[in-house]
Design a binder for this molecule. Structure first.
Ligand code: FE2
Length: 450
């Protein structure tokens, strides 16, 4: 073995053991006369080997999970239970910022699951807490997620196995999605704790494959979704694409609307919204597709003293209130709210941080009783970029949100609603000293379908 070879072996051993940085290794290899391409290919090979070690460790953990067959519990419910963090259920969560979390071994942070009735196992959510300076364990998984930053600031690195890290920053109000099945690691960089909430289709994926190892230890790389595009986690003009979907905008509104198609939005509260009067008299919206996901998101804002039209669709629409004060009524049938059986009526009073999922195909209607506009973010099977018919009629039922029940749609126009709905709203706004800014109910708001 000559001196050069010996020196290279020594350097490699140091690199593998973490004794020198990748940059130091490259500099010293170049100084020894090795070319840049050789040095980089050695670094890539070493990184791939290290990723394989991590993957083997993950596999050891996930292999412990086996879904019990012939059970009344779904594979996802069984998997959640063995993760040993709190599981929050019901129709809604009053405030996701106050949700109890516990240390979560897999993630290396504290967390909790949110498994609400209206999701019907098509999608779900989890929250994560990260103390200042702390990072989650690197993870890779075969389900989509869209992350909203409830509090704090930090950064996330994503990477394909054996390749370099792509890092982007986030803060309270940011939304982003590590693309499907990339490695990801979140780090809190603020002075206070960061809390993230993530909306995922893991329930569906786990129920179908009932294999944690397949979902958490899968080599497939979706280069079609993400391949290190430098501007992937930013917003610019090129990210505004197509037109809005029929779930959110009326036919005449759609021509003027663009969908935001990106990996990250720095602050969803600062986005410019489009008129969406088909959904409500004083309503504006923007749809957002994160990282080529099928599970889509949108923002909706409606003015003080106004409320949206009632509508219904399939399961899984997670509505997270970003600001404002109001309430939501949900009822199964019929069109007239007061005629619905009492056990098929739900009222949720909400404010910043409330999360609700309207039950499958129940009518639901959002009311703003505060002095300012109210805004929410929804993660739904809306079928904007990719039209999916599964998920309890997902995209198909959502496309009927802006079409009246009289025309085979899923929307109750103001003129058709139960007079009690307006009476409750007038009472609630009076309590808050807020003026009602709604059109005369009997005339209704001018609508393209009327
Ligand atoms: Fe809805």
């Amino acid at each position: 073995m000559d001196n050069g070879e010996f020196e290279m072996r020594r350097l490699l051993a140091k690199l593998v053991n973490g004794g020198i940085s990748r940059r130091e290794f490259a500099e010293r290899a170049l100084g020894m006369g090795f070319g840049l391409v050789t040095a980089e290919s050695i670094l890539d090979t070493v990184a791939a080997g290290q990723d394989r070690k991590k993957r083997a460790a993950v596999a050891r953990e996930t292999e412990a999970f086996r879904a019990e067959p012939f059970s009344q519990k779904t594979p996802y419910e069984q998997w959640m239970a063995q993760e040993r963090v709190p599981i929050h259920t019901g129709y809604f969560v009053a405030n996701v910022r106050r949700l109890e979390v516990k240390p979560w071994e897999r993630v290396g942070a504290s967390g909790a699951f949110i498994d609400l009735t209206g999701a019907e196992g098509t999608d779900g959510a989890y929250v994560l807490d990260l103390d200042p300076g702390k990072s989650t364990k690197p993870q890779r998984y075969l389900f989509e997620e869209a992350v909203y930053v409830l509090d704090g600031e930090g950064e996330t690195s994503v990477w394909h196995e054996g390749r370099s890290k792509h890092t982007f920053k986030w803060k309270k109000g940011s939304m982003f999605s590590p693309p499907l099945n990339v490695w990801r690691q979140h780090t809190s960089r603020g002075k206070a704790k960061a809390r993230l909430i993530s909306f995922t289709d893991l329930p569906l994926m786990m129920d179908i494959f009932h294999s944690a190892e397949f979902l958490f230890n899968n080599d497939f790389v979706f280069r079609d979704r993400y391949n290190y595009q430098p501007d992937y986690f930013t917003v610019n003009e090129s990210k505004l694409k197509g037109g809005g979907s029929a779930a959110t905008f009326g036919e005449e509104e759609r021509a003027a609307v663009r969908i935001l198609d990106t990996g990250l939005v720095p602050d969803v509260n600062a986005l410019e919204l489009y008129e969406a009067k088909s959904r409500g008299a004083k309503n504006k919206s923007i749809e957002m597709v994160f990282s080529d996901n099928v599970l889509q998101t949108h923002i909706s804002e409606f003015e003080t003293g106004s409320y949206k039209r009632a509508h219904r669709h399939g399961p899984g629409s997670h509505v997270l209130v970003l600001n404002g004060i109001g309430y939501t009524l949900a009822w199964k049938e019929p069109v007239k709210y007061s005629e619905a059986p009492k056990d098929r009526q739900v009222r949720v009073d909400w404010t910043d941080g409330t999360l609700l999922v309207p039950p499958d195909r129940w009518f639901h209607q959002h009311f703003n009783t505060g002095e300012n506009s109210a805004k929410y973010m929804a993660a739904t099977w809306i079928g904007g970029k990719y039209f999916v018919k599964g998920m309890g009629g997902g995209g198909r039922t959502h496309r009927l949100n802006t079409v009246s029940v009289h025309q085979g749609g899923n929307m109750i126009d103001y003129a058709d609603e139960d007079p009690m709905v307006r009476a409750i709203f007038e009472e609630e706004t009076r309590k808050h000293g807020v003026r009602v800014r709604m059109p005369d109910r009997t005339k209704g708001e001018p609508h393209e379908k009327h």
